[in-house]
Write a protein that binds this ligand. Sequence first.
Ligand code: MEV
Length: 421
Amino acid sequence: MTDKGKSSQVSGFYKLPIGKRVEFVKNFSGLNEEETKLFSSCLDMDIADRMIENVLGTFEIPLGIAVNFLINGKEYLIPMAIEESSVVAAASNAAKIARIKGGFKTECTDPLMIGQIQILHMKDVAEAAQKILAKKKEILQLANEQDKILVKFGGGAKDLEVRILDSPLGKMIVTHLIVDVRDAMGANAVNTMCEALAPLLEELTGSKVRLKILSNLADKRIVKAKAVFDKERIGGESVVDAFLESYNLATIDPYRAATHNKGIMNGIDALIIATGNDFRAIEAGAHAYASRSGQYTSLSLYYKDKNGNLVGELELPMAVGIIGGAGNIHPKAKLCKKILGIKTAKELAEIVASLGLAQNFAAVFALSTVGIQKGHMSLHAKNIAVMAGAKGDEIDKVASQMVKEGKIKLERAEEILKEIR
Ligand code: MEV
């Protein structure tokens, strides 16, 4: 292993025993002894019992660390909570390749969320819309009275938009409240504001307000990540061409786009979960955004630069917070944020997008060259060996024999186990 000081670049990290990996992360992120012990602990039952209802216990999934990430010139180790094998290794490998051309570069909008207020049963929809817009200042003021702290930190309700929609129930108005939520995910702040505005909007329009809720299509809170993947390192221009051919299908075919985007979400969800953010919100926003042209398509974009290198870009909504929510309660989520060393939700969003792009590049690269199964098989074989009852050294022996034979089946694992015992 080569540890270059505060660099996240390490080789052979996966070969280290868990204790040594923890030691590396501890030194990189300046964790104390207590924080280090958290890695092998379970969520306290009292905390779990306060987080959701009818609690029976906790459900563990592995927490790994993706290495080699260089994002906007800063080194990151990225915690990933995920049950699928090969994902963490693939992200680390993609990040290693991206480093050759300077790593990931990102951009992020202000953290603007949309709250929707639905108004029905108006006699004159256009007139009602005018009345709402005419009182924009008062409406924003009332919204901002609901969250003085957010306003103090530079956030709060910033704008109001009125949309008129046709529906089987007749025309309706959907008022969009645009709220700068700063370092929060923002659901609570936005929902509170929307609910507080309902009586005023009913009074202004003489109509009925129904839904008052944030939109997960957070298309005013967009993050972009970009990286250049060195053509020589990935096998030359023919591999870049093969990659672009594979990618092309995701741009024209929703059946492929869904799988392509799933690969992106493999990385994204793992970090969203590790930081205690709402992965359902991110998933919903991502897929709605992927359909914004009217056809579901790839969230990422790939092309060749003038030197024939592969350029990848990823753009999607990113409603993540570093304050509030489960991320403030769950000790491991707090630990993961410390490992990242993030100061703002914007910085977290930029890491998430870079990880999503890395994951997507790794998957399409594998699919365009050796295929996806090769990488999966050795870990899969180990899982089958464990299912067959292998313990300790037996696991590797049974797994490598099955990989050698190209036959990874439970019956074969049981036979090999009998043979070696
Ligand atoms: C598997 O979890 C993800 C992939 O299917 C993504 C892709 O096909 O691009 C490998």
